[in-house]
Design a binder for this molecule. Structure first.
Ligand SMILES: Nc1nc2c(c(=O)[nH]1)N[C@H]1C(S)=C(S)[C@@H](COP(=O)(O)O)O[C@H]1N2
Ligand SMILES: [Mo]
Length: 347
């Protein structure tokens, strides 16, 4: 019954949305699998990809008792921690918004599930000794570039502030490996942050420095991007909203029965329920296939007795915090967090 059980791990080339800097989606046929093969993990980069190796040095500084530097190859001697995480770009399914907002025109494939391994950020910060006045961990990437709309002059560096409690969470890691192998260059080699449950922008790639700061970060990628901009004002984008999709429709030999399978995830809790609707009929509860990780998507499956011919199928997930995918979302000008129920057409 597992959505992944019908096929072995099969990779496929990414669907490229933009060549440079690379933005590319995980192809739909690969999204049938519980774990995304590393070659098929979506890529979202804002600037040219840095070329760094394991001699790259990460600086830990700011509001700490003992600032220090550590080369990435030295991290192999630290206690290791692995987490299986579904990571989604906040702009995933921007194309489903009407009108389509500015930004990368993502369809539904800016989401992947990967086993990330590395060192707990809590271990790195405990070694430095966090000063009591620290409020956020500012993670600074090694990539930068020009941004015409930046309110500050000069090149912008990819950097993000994360509340200290989220940084100290035992499953927040500085990952050096994905799928048991060193990170690929596009995914942040030699070391990247992984913040389970948050939209992808929190998981800073190519980490150059960790800086404990005493006032909330107000840089470009905190205040000018990754905010829900609506008529009511700006709200920061944080955790991933509850969402689901249909992965692999299967008909029986007589063409009648169709098995709806797919995945559901939420950064606000575990998946409590997935409902499926065919041709605008009743919503029916699907069977849930729990994940081995609280941060990885939950499978669902439902056998539907429907006639041959084109059908529309809609899926709607609810999490344990009581959030349900809405029929439509409030439009926001940067096009983030489109978790509205999507209609899938099956021929
Ligand atoms: N340094 C750096 N980190 C980054 C980004 C970036 O452009 N630069 N993009 C972020 C965004 S918006 C997402 S969705 C994820 C994507 O990670 P991936 O390319 O490994 O899938 O990385 C995040 N971390
Ligand atoms: Mo993203």
């Amino acid at each position: 019954m597992n959505p992944a059980s019908s096929s072995a791990s099969v990779a496929a080339p990414l669907d490229v949305v933009r060549e440079e800097p690379l933005c590319a989606e995980t192809p739909r046929e690969v999204l049938q699998q519980a774990v995304t093969p590393r070659e098929s993990v979506y890529v979202r980069s804002n600037f040219p990809t840095p070329s760094l190796d394991a001699s790259h040095v990460i600086v830990v500084r700011g509001a700490v008792q003992h600032p220090y530097e550590v080369a990435v190859h030295e991290l192999a001697a630290w206690p290791q921690h692995e987490v299986l995480v579904t990571m989604e770009c906040a702009g995933n399914w921007r194309l489903g918004m009407d009108p389509v907002p500015v930004g990368e025109p993502w369809s539904y494939g800016a989401v992947s599930t990967t086993a990330w391994r590395g060192v707990r950020v809590a271990d790195l910060l405990t070694r430095a000794g966090i000063a009591p006045e620290a409020v956020e961990l500012l993670t600074i990437g090694a990539d930068k570039g020009e941004r015409d709309d930046s309110v500050t002059p000069g090149p912008v560096t990819f950097a993000r502030g994360l509340p200290v409690d989220a940084a100290m969470h035992p499953d927040t890691i500085l990952a050096t490996h994905m799928d048991g192998e060193p990170l690929t260059q596009h995914h942040g080699a030699p070391a990247r942050l992984i913040v389970p449950g948050w939209y992808g922008m929190a998981s800073v790639k190519w980490v150059a420095a960790f800086e404990l700061i005493t006032t909330p970060f107000d840089g470009y990628f905190q205040r000018q991007r990754y905010v829900y901009k609506t008529a009511e004002g700006d709200t920061p984008v944080t955790r991933a909203l509850v969402k689901s999709f249909l992965a692999k429709p299967e008909r029986s030999a007589d063409g009648r029965v169709l098995t709806a399978r797919g995945w559901a995830w939420s950064g606000f809790g575990e998946i409590a329920r997935v409902q499926v609707q065919v041709n605008a009929g009743e919503w029916v509860d699907a069977e849930l296939i729990p994940s081995t990780s609280p941060y990885a998507w939950t499978g669902f499956s439902l056998v539907l007795d429907i006639p041959a011919g084109p059908v529309t199928v809609r899926t709607r997930a609810t999490d344990t915090a009581g959030n349900t995918q809405p029929d439509r979302i409030e439009w926001n000008s940067l096009g983030y967090g489109n978790n509205a129920v999507r209609t899938f057409v099956i021929d």
